[in-house]
Design a binder for this molecule. Sequence first.
Ligand code: AHR
Length: 798
Amino acid sequence: MRYLNQTVKISFITAAGCLIAGSILAQATITVDAGKPGHAVPPTLWGIFFEDINLSADGGIYPELVRNRSFEDSDQPDYWKLSTATGSPGTMSVDSSRPFNALNRHSLRINADGPFTLENEGYWGMNLVKGDTYNFRTAVRVAEGFDGPLTVRVVGSTGNELAKGILSGLSRDWQYHSLALTATASDPRARLLFSASGKGTLFLDMISLMPQTSWKNHGLRVDLAEALDALHPSFMRFPGGNWVEGDDLAHMYHWKTTIGPIDARAPLWNTWGYNTTQGLGFHEYLQLCEDLGAEPVFCINTGLSLHDSVPLGQMGQWIQDALDAIEYANGPTNTVWGGLRAQNGHPAPFHLKYMEIGNENGGPDYVQRWPSLVNAIRAKYPDVQLIANTDLRNRPYPRHPEPDIVDEHYYESPESFMRRAEQYDTYSRRGPKIFVGEYAVTQKAGQGNLRAAVGEAAFMTGMERNSDVVMMASYAPLFVNVNHRAWNPDLISFDSSRWYGSPSYYVQQMFSGNRGDVTLPIIVDSGDVIEQPAAGCIGVGTWNTQAEFKDLKVTAPDGQVLFTSEFSRNIDGWRFLGGGNWTVQDGALRQTAQKENVRALAGDRSWTNYTLELKARKLGGREGFLILFHIQNDEDRVWWNIGGWNDTQNAVELDETMDAKAGHIETNRWYDIKVEVRGISIKCWLDGELIHEILKPRQATHRLYASATRDGQTGDVILKVVNAAHTPVNTEIKLLGVPHLTGAGQSIVLTSDSPWDENSLDEPAKVSPKAGTFHFTGGDLRRAYPGDSITVLRIGTK
Ligand code: AHR
């Protein structure tokens, strides 16, 4: 594809996204030649990446309502509360004297001395739906005269009873007891209660409450699985991500400990900050792929964790695990692992065709392990496509032997993704195919806004046009429980009963639902390119640090004072972002909250040439100060980060560009700071010493990004157009080589009032696609694309 007319026009955009200066030429031409079809669009192109992150599995799609059901989370009864009639606490503890089994070493011990109630609220409330039945099961043993019975109740948020059952006949040996509980009313914040009034000792383990209804009867939460299904994914990469690697050797993902009966799976600490039951195990992931009609892409650990590695000479087990995983997925039922698959309910093979060797490992450790794993797999399973994960920090992927596919990951700003729309135009067609296994706009993205979706969509048009080399792509991460946002942003946010998709979710859906079979050549002429202005207001901030700032002054090159702050008099003109705790003490502006990304902004967004001078002092915490400049909107990360990266570096960060130098900040010492900006030139001094002298790279983006395909079955020409400008663009679409246009078509448009608009649990469809139809005569189709929009047009042919 070609982009034409690349002169520069600068536009200034306010925080609200409105144009305040500059000029926009809102005319464009898109030419599609349907008479010269290009390569086939690979059926694998748009898929999903499921990582157990943000409580995606436990607390998410794996619908166990009880949290810490097996008491393996820690040596305390986390998430359980005991109350007694007398109010005396301390009669429960985690016990390991007589484990339920070798993997389930801990149980809950209750020393009962009269009436007590034990309570669990699950993952911020259990969702009970009136008329639905829930399977309750627990393992129990009793001692020292306690013989029950145990009353099991589920109560609503006001204490109202929703379901009840009695467990009796308790034994001195571990024994499971089950109940089917039907809810008499709905409540998304229900709790599970056990009560009894005996004396003696009671042990409980594997306490489970699960909805009887699950997606396709395969045990997963219906609404969340449907949310995935609605994306029409052609593949699913799983189960990570960093989760595959684990924090250290003891916490790496081993698929073999995640299959079979749930009480015999090994719970594991997840690097994203919680304990994992493995209820969503290897088998369930494969089953989910099958139910979604998605090719499974299993990412296996290569003996490398996030912090340490298995010695090279001890890789035998890891190689065997990879071979056995393929046998489990594909092998006949008379093989060891194929037989286990059948025993676990799936005699037919799962047809695993893709295996990824490690996640984001890179470097010599990875390159050394690659040949032994790949050679062993290829010798036994030559048809399985092997994926190498490239490390974009200049550590190339292993080439001996050559991977079939290389996985690249991108987390950047919207504009950076727009620029990447052309990167695959020049990729080698002779090397491995490309899998963009993780990508998302993470800068200026809020918790998933329209602007982020626009950036990703622009990139996706480039992947689609180049889908002869890019054969797979998946956004990351997929899910977040809104109460445990370990990574932001995410595609699907949920709580116990609701979910919503971010604007990026709808972009994924619009692309995957309108793939087409062949690409069509396309030329886009959208006039002048847009360059982010080298201008903006100033600010100060902190990152997990307490600090204060004083004697702040902004001067023009001719010495004219543009802004000065006497904090002891007032803090007029300052705007505070990121929930800090700002006060004025002894003439200084002080920030004391222990939080990331806390900022205070002042000044004028049109400032281009100025010198910012101030004093700053660190009071405590892990880092130093953020000195902001060139700020156009609240999400910009354009700053001098002094004492960043746990107080090891000073770096000028200009979105994705960075100039870093080793550096450290002393606590309780005032520093003199000076930042001089002259358009794109930036100089920074610390205590009179020049630390950085850099030029902001020119970062131009087009207004329109587009791709075209044809649907062989319907004959539709499918045009995807992204307007990355903040204002509408009037476009003439010239369709060549289509003799029989019907003059009618269907459109789907995703846009909103502001590029910063997001969806939420309360407003799930604020930014959602709108479907429509259109008519035109002849071969010319004119259309205005709203600012910050993604449009799919299906143009009918006879
Ligand atoms: O998608 C979130 C994380 O980003 C993944 O775990 C990791 O692979 C990447 O760095």
